[in-house]
Design a binder for this molecule. Structure first.
Ligand code: ADP
Length: 418
């Protein structure tokens, strides 16, 4: 036996009819289940009397009926803390699939008429299946008359619709999330295959050319080809390293090996490396005198600086690039400022996401959109923050912080470095 699958037929007149219409409208228009239930039960209270209402739903994992919603009104409201919500009536309605009426005696500790408790249990139907029980409780009698039971069945049917709305909304959200994931995976595969294929194409082409038996290459040309092969192999390795780093950073399995390092030295080393990689770059350095020794992973922080400087080279090659560092509120602040084309403001919020690239700007520039994501994760693993300010046409300034230390109070309350 199951409960009613369609709303019970014509009910009553006047105020009841208005309430009934209002309930039906709420159900049709509401996707916020909690607010919908509140509204439906408050309206129900205008057409039949109850002191508590509760909803118990079957949990597939535990195999138990579990409370999912409860509201105390009327006499119930004053005693909310020690209310009995009528779980036995919910279980019985759920098991039998039928409306049940239970009379309980709250015991001698409850004085007067309110010892008497009547619970109306109704099977909760969603999508043709009984998923739980809805209970209306009334304290101090009289019990629920047949016309109130019919109204309660009508309300239960609509509550089932509210739960059905919720089920559909969740299903749509899951499907949308799955579709977005599939879209991102497709995009990822096409970006990555393109990025892997380009250096591989160069390597294969130049090696095949060098191996041709019918042509003798002079030493200079051979060296030029080998240099291209060498550079493209480096690019390939860098790409694979970035992919591995990004997936380890995503899962949190990339550990940081921290040691005390002088920030000024780290920046100077990076700058001299960058200058030899890009001799034509006008790279300037502005370092404060009081840069401290801090605990950091030198390889990873150097990776952040390399990334920001190589982006300045890739996207803002004309004009000077300044790397600047100074103390700012117990943290070292590092900035990389270029005078390139800048980044339109609508792209700024997504810039540090995995695989994000500014669409028009990157047509002729190779990249995967992993660099800034990796930078953010490394900076965050050091307790810092990364950000960017940019003015289209004037330039871009990336900045990040590395906290110097955290002060924890000792037993004597003096504080010590941790
Ligand atoms: P990639 O360089 O591989 O595309 P990044 O994560 O390093 O990936 O950078 C993300 C995007 O941010 C780039 O594609 C580019 O559009 C933009 N970008 C990064 N640095 C700059 C810069 N200095 N000036 C202008 N745009 C930049």
């Amino acid at each position: 036996m199951t409960g009613p699958l369609v709303p019970p037929g014509p009910l009553t007149h006047g105020t009841e009819l208005n309430a009934v219409y209002a309930i039906a409208r709420i159900v049709a228009e509401t996707y916020d289940t909690e607010a919908g239930l509140d509204a439906v039960f408050r309206l129900s209270r205008t057409i039949f009397i109850f002191d508590v209402v509760s909803l118990f739903l079957h949990n597939e994992d535990t195999g138990q009926l579990e409370p999912s919603y409860a509201l105390a009104l009327g006499r119930g409201r004053a005693k909310e803390a020690d209310l009995a919500w009528g779980e036995p009536a919910a279980s019985e309605a759920y098991r039998s699939g039928q409306t049940v009426l239970r009379h309980e005696d709250a015991g001698p500790s409850v004085k007067g008429r309110e010892r008497r408790r009547d619970y109306l249990g109704l099977p909760m139907m969603v999508h043709g299946r009984c998923v739980g029980g809805l209970v209306f409780g009334r304290f101090g009698g009289p019990s629920f008359p047949p016309e109130h039971i019919r109204l309660a069945e009508f309300v239960a049917w609509h509550v089932g619709q509210l739960l059905e709305n919720r089920r559909m909304a969740r299903r749509i959200a899951t499907l949308e999330a799955q579709r977005e994931l599939a879209r991102m995976q497709d995009e990822f595969i096409s970006t990555i295959s393109h990025e892997l294929r380009t250096p591989l194409g160069f390597i294969k082409g130049y090696v095949t050319t060098l191996m041709r038996q019918d042509t003798a290459w002079d030493a200079e040309t051979r060296m030029e080809f080998l240099q291209i092969v060498d550079e493209e192999a480096d690019r390939l390795r860098e790409l694979i390293d970035n992919l591995l780093d990004s997936s380890r950073l995503e899962t949190g399995s990339l550990g940081m090996t921290k040691e005390p390092i002088h920030v000024g030295t780290l920046i100077r080393d990076t700058v001299s490396r960058t200058k030899s990689a890009y001799p034509e770059m006008d790279l300037r350095m502005e370092l404060a005198d009081d840069l401290p020794l801090i605990s950091l992973d030198p390889t990873r922080v150097a990776q952040v600086l390399d990334n920001l400087l190589s982006n300045a080279h890739k996207y803002a090659s004309a004009g000077p690039v300044v790397i600047r560092s100074y103390m700012n509120n117990n943290a070292v602040k590092i900035e990389v400022e270029d005078s390139g084309p800048g980044i339109p403001s609508e792209h700024i919020p997504r810039l540090f996401e995995r695989f994000y690239r500014v669409p028009d700007q990157t047509v002729n520039v190779r990249g995967t959109g992993l660099g800034l994501y990796i930078c953010r994760k490394i900076v965050e693993a050091h307790g810092g923050e990364i950000g960017v300010t940019s003015q289209p046409g004037a330039g871009t300034r990336f900045n990040f912080t590395l906290p110097v230390h955290v002060l924890a109070p000792t037993v004597e309350g003096e504080g010590h470095d941790v």
